[in-house]
Design a protein around this ligand. Structure first.
Ligand SMILES: *Cc1c(COP(=O)(O)O)cnc(C)c1O
Length: 443
């Protein structure tokens, strides 16, 4: 069953978000429990920057990246953070500083990475099912680590672009291992009926074609079976098929240096008895490393959600509380344009009050945004402590696919974003203005 906010209020999710006793007013002993990011009370950030507001914990992002590195320490590997999960330059800079690589799926994402560090290309892998010639040229000029090619036509297109620029890019084919992962149908990608990759049975022939092209350097095999996959089994199954293919390809005479295991490791949106993140990553690493034992490949990893998801929250103010025929609605100033996951995937996000009041009883409410769509909701029939108009709520685990999927629907300016590091908070994206919205329009 869905956990009540009480379970969170006892445990918290340190270090990113936990309740701290903060002095209320001027009287020293008058304390209030306020949800904080690292050691900054979220109420303080809401006051300074307004709401809706995304807040991220730099400490948590770094720690989660380190968890991956530790779990894979026995295998030569590079973590290439999946930029699409959260592409804010401040977050990319933070990851770049600790030597993280990047997985991009568009020219725009590559430009973001290069904006942060001109020299980061060597740590970039380029995935995506529809790369344009223009995007390929950008990546070729930059000399990226690996192109993950998803179709035969794309392979020849890349060969042509490379020939024109006199380059020989390292390539991997993204194979579709026909592994089913238990996740939302919109984010499962590993079956043949999905648009992604090349059926593993056809790969060998295509590798032969690729290595016959003077402008392509066959270097690896790549796979990505979907997102929000919580158990290790589908990963193990996919990598077993990849390992088998690597052996075949090597016996065919190809030099296979890299295995790109993709991303997709899920997080626990419902807090109940979640395995500890470290244990989860250790099991995941085991699932990937074991089938590759003895192959001496360099492993590439593309986690997105697992790095930034729990490191971010969306702070919103309660605008109105209304009762319709026995049903209570809490109307917030954030909406589906700020955080689309509940509307798009029916996704669950834990929602807690920023200021905890020990005495208030839970009531069942729908938490909804102001957009003119019935699908604009964050939670339905959710137990929430009594809230009043003006109160602040925190939508947890919103660091991945939150801001990245936001839009200006209903002509709503996008939220601001703040990165917290210990006791300091840095604005990493200012709130959009009306002028920002209409700037590209001509009339
Ligand atoms: C989306 C995506 C990822 C990241 O997925 P997460 O579930 O956020 O880890 C990695 N690789 C590719 C190719 C992707 O499309």
């Amino acid at each position: 069953m869905s956990p009540s906010p009480a379970s969170f209020q006892q445990a918290g999710r340190p270090p990113a978000f936990s309740y701290r006793e903060v002095r209320k007013g001027l009287v020293r002993r008058n304390l209030q429990s306020v949800l904080s990011c690292d050691s900054v009370p979220l109420s303080q950030l809401a006051e300074r920057y307004g709401t809706p507001l995304y807040v991220y914990s730099a400490t948590t992002i770094r720690e989660r990246l380190r968890t991956f590195d530790r779990a894979f320490r026995k295998a030569p590997h590079t973590v290439c953070y999946s930029v699409k999960a959260n592409s804010n330059l401040g977050i990319l800079r933070l990851l770049n500083r600790v030597g993280c690589g990047f997985d991009v799926v568009s020219g725009g994402e590559l430009e973001r990475v290069l904006t942060v560090d001109r020299g980061a290309g060597r740590r970039v892998v380029f995935s995506g099912v529809g790369k344009t010639a223009e995007e390929m040229r950008l990546a070729l000029r930059d000399g990226i680590l690996l192109f993950n090619v998803e179709s035969e036509s794309e392979l020849w297109q890349l060969g042509e672009c490379a020939a024109r620029l006199k380059k020989k890019p390292p390539i991997a084919l993204r194979v579709n291992p026909h592994v089913s992962a238990e996740t939302h149908p919109y984010i499962a990608t590993g079956l043949h009926q999905h648009k992604f990759g090349i059926p593993v049975e056809q790969a060998r022939k295509l590798y032969a074609g690729a290595s016959a092209n003077r402008h392509l350097a066959v270097s690896g095999v790549s796979v990505h079976i979907g997102s929000q996959i919580t158990g290790p089994e589908p990963f193990a199954e996919a990598i077993e098929r990849v390992a088998e293919l690597v052996r075949q390809l090597r016996s065919d005479g190809h030099r296979i240096e890299y295995v790109d295991a993709g991303g997709g490791l899920g997080i626990s949106y419902e807090n109940s008895d979640a395995p500890r993140f470290r244990d989860q990553v250790v099991n995941y690493a085991e699932a990937i490393i074991r089938p590759l034992r003895g192959l001496k490949v360099h492993v590439l990893l593309e986690p997105g959600r697992a790095i930034v998801g729990p490191a971010g929250t969306l702070i919103t103010s309660v605008l109105y509380v209304k009762d319709n025929d026995g049903k209570r609605f809490v109307v917030t100033d954030a909406a589906m344009n700020d955080l689309l996951r509940p509307s798009l995937y029916g996704a669950y996000h834990e929602i807690v009050p920023v200021k905890r009041n020990a005495n208030s009883a839970n009531t069942k409410v729908d938490i909804v945004g102001p957009i003119c769509e019935t699908g604009d909701f964050f939670a339905r029939d959710r137990q929430l402590p009594e809230v009043q108009e003006g109160d602040l709520l925190a939508v947890l685990d919103a660091g991945a696919y939150g801001m990245a999927l936001s839009s200006n629907y209903n002509s709503r300016p996008r939220a601001a974003e703040v990165l917290v590091q210990g006791r300091s908070a840095q604005l990493i994206r200012r709130r959009e203005s009306f002028q920002d919205l209409v700037r590209p329009e001509l009339f």
